[in-house]
Design a protein around this ligand. Structure first.
Ligand SMILES: O=C(O)CCC(=O)C(=O)O
Ligand SMILES: [Fe+2]
Length: 213
């Protein structure tokens, strides 16, 4: 697990608010996020996202780049999971009963056709006309760097509300004081090993709320 905290950017928050509102969650607060970087041989072991104090709000999951098999299980590890494909551009919303279900990503699948990008990523996004714009402008060079990376990788971003209504974060002067136990997303290495997958574990980066947005 990487130890760098990134800021949850304004664009992530706007997008997350839009998606959650469209699903009927009008008061969703995007307070933290996880970025998972998958190579073609990466996998993510079985787990439940229960570190957040609030489980009534949805967990939003955005996928980019290569596809994957996502296993959605039950309330215990023994429950037979349902396999589903997640493709670039898919958004999964885990809410209500599904919020605390076990899940895993056992396999990344290259987009059919080999070393290629899914069509939705093969051209830079058109300049947006909505006001305020949801998509930030991106230079051709930046786009090419991202596209090159996503030709052989999958990035998943989950966005979460951490606190229940009316609660606030404890004051931490220095982020380096945080221990692993403070992490919103903690995987038990042994548990993952028991899954018996041959691939490398996914690289994870945590994102936290910034005060300015
Ligand atoms: O990569 C995915 O689709 C799932 C990520 C996930 O389950 C998580 O970050 O908690
Ligand atoms: Fe998860």
């Amino acid at each position: 697990m990487g130890d760098t905290w990134l800021s949850l950017q304004l664009g992530h928050k706007k997008l997350s608010r839009c998606v959650s509102a469209a699903c009927g969650f009008h008061n969703f607060k995007p307070e933290a996020g996880i970025l998972n970087y998958y190579h073609l041989d990466s996998s993510l072991g079985i787990h439940v996202d229960e570190s957040e104090l609030d489980h009534q709000s949805p967990l939003l999951s955005f996928s980019f780049g290569q596809s994957c098999i996502f296993l959605l299980g039950g309330l215990n590890r023994e429950h037979m999971p349902t396999p589903m494909m997640m493709h670039s551009g898919d958004i999964m919303v885990m809410s209500g009963q599904s919020r605390l279900l076990y899940h895993a990503v056992p396999r990344i699948l290259p987009f059919p056709g080999g070393d290629m990008l899914p069509p939705c990523l093969s051209v830079p996004p058109a300049t947006e006309t909505s006001d305020p714009p949801l998509i930030e402008p991106c230079s051709t060079l930046d786009w090419e760097v991202c596209a090159q990376y996503l030709r052989r990788s999958r990035i998943n971003m989950t966005v979460r509300q951490v606190l229940q209504e009316g609660c606030s974060f404890p004051q931490v002067e220095n982020l380096s004081q945080l221990t692993e136990a403070d992490s919103y997303h903690h995987y038990d290495g042994e548990e993952m090993g028991r899954e018996g997958h041959d691939g490398k574990d996914v690289l994870t980066k945590r994102m936290k709320m910034t005060e300015d947005c």
